[in-house]
Design a protein around this ligand. Structure first.
Ligand SMILES: NC(=O)c1ccc[n+]([C@@H]2O[C@H](COP(=O)([O-])OP(=O)(O)OC[C@H]3O[C@@H](n4cnc5c(N)ncnc54)[C@H](OP(=O)(O)O)[C@@H]3O)[C@@H](O)[C@H]2O)c1
Length: 330
């Protein structure tokens, strides 16, 4: 089968189209013919992990070291990127009961990666679900990472109607999902992003959008029940006054400082800091599928590239100009 392979860390130039062995499903696995796979945050990170120093890594050092070892110290251990995909089940192992040949599915492979390829095998108990009927393969492939991460993290707080939520980093993979899911759970949503993506974040359903190049959300006098900071660009010191007395400051990216603040705010009461890692589950993907089919969650694609032009797709994402997802098609 054809796949995009990389054997050394580096710029998008390290990504090459190659012929590799087609995987064969074990008894509990399904073989999926991949139709589409997007460029995710994790793909950029894993492609050039050697240049990601502990300082550049958006997590504490004790997460960086195992990640560096897991990805490969000097060269990548896994040679095919791609954490998300949508495609069609081509064959199933003898023990598989949940899926059958011909099923249209979408799924998430996390750090196992491997979706930049014509075929992948997934355990039937993996993060795999039937594709939403109203999405194309391309749209469906872009959903799992952002939606599963945002859903898992938003479940750390109890969102309800009447509340106000601010998403800092609302135009990216996790943020775009967080805007839509927060709105679904009931609160009024404010998104924060830069000028070129203001209309995009409005289109996702944010009631208000703050352009961080024009306005500092910590200085406008508004208060929120939840500030969800995706990249950790804001800080408790500045943002505290924008939180309601029982509000939460949820960090998807955090360092030791935010972990210490989490412990401190738990001990002292008042607004709480939460630093959490997401856990991705198949049942959550099925939940997202239902939201999509009910018209309450959408996938917006910026650009499509053929698989052979994956390096080009990475270059485009690295310009920082994307508005929505960038997806490769087979
Ligand atoms: N906790 C967990 O379990 C978990 C899981 C996965 C990932 N993560 C973390 O999540 C992060 C990646 O998130 P992602 O995939 O959503 O990234 P992404 O797609 O690259 O999006 C990041 C967004 O942040 C916005 N941004 C940049 N500078 C900003 C600023 N100064 N103020 C406000 N927003 C700003 C950008 O908006 P503009 O383009 O409009 O500037 C961009 O859309 C990583 O740090 C990763 O470590 C955490």
């Amino acid at each position: 089968m054809k796949a995009i392979v990389y054997t050394e860390y580096g710029s998008p130039d390290v990504l090459h189209l190659a012929e590799v062995a087609k995987p064969a499903p074990q008894d509990n696995e399904v073989l999926i013919c991949v139709h589409a796979t997007p460029v995710g945050f994790g793909d950029l990170l894993a492609r050039d992990f050697k240049s990601v120093t502990p300082r550049k890594f958006n997590m504490p050092f004790f997460f960086w070291l195992p990640a560096r070892i897991a990805f490969g110290v000097n060269k990548p251990k896994k040679n095919i990127l791609g954490s998300e995909f949508a495609g069609e089940v081509e064959a199933v192992g003898a023990a598989v009961t949940r899926f059958k040949k011909g099923d249209q599915v979408f799924g998430y492979r996390g750090q196992n990666m491997g979706a930049y390829a014509e075929y992948v095998c997934m355990s039937e108990d993996g993060v795999l679900a039937i594709k939403p009927a109203n999405l194309t393969y391309e749209e469906a492939a872009t959903v799992p990472y952002g939606a599963l991460t945002a859903l898992s993290l938003l479940r750390k707080v109890n969102l309800k109607r009447g509340q106000k939520v601010l998403i800092n980093g609302a135009s990216g993979g996790i943020g775009a999902a967080a805007v839509q899911l927060s709105k679904y759970f009931g609160p009024e949503v404010t998104g924060v992003c830069s000028t070129p993506r203001v209309e995009f974040v409005k289109a996702l359903g944010a009631g208000k959008v703050i352009d961080y190049t024009q306005e500092d959300f910590t200085r406008n006098g508004e208060t929120y029940d939840l500030i969800f900071d995706i990249l950790g660009k804001s800080s408790l010191a500045r943002g505290k006054k924008s939180l309601k007395p029982n509000g939460h400051y949820l960090f998807a990216s955090f360092k030791m400082k935010q972990l210490a603040q989490m412990v401190w705010t738990k001990m002292t009461g008042g607004p709480q800091v939460i630093c959490a890692l997401s856990s991705e589950k198949a049942e959550d993907l099925t939940f997202i599928k239902k939201l999509i089919e009910a018209g309450q969650y959408k996938a917006i694609i910026d650009r499509r590239y053929p698989l052979a032009q994956t390096a080009e797709a990475h270059r485009y994402v690295e310009t920082g100009r994307k508005t929505g997802s960038v997806v490769m098609t087979m």
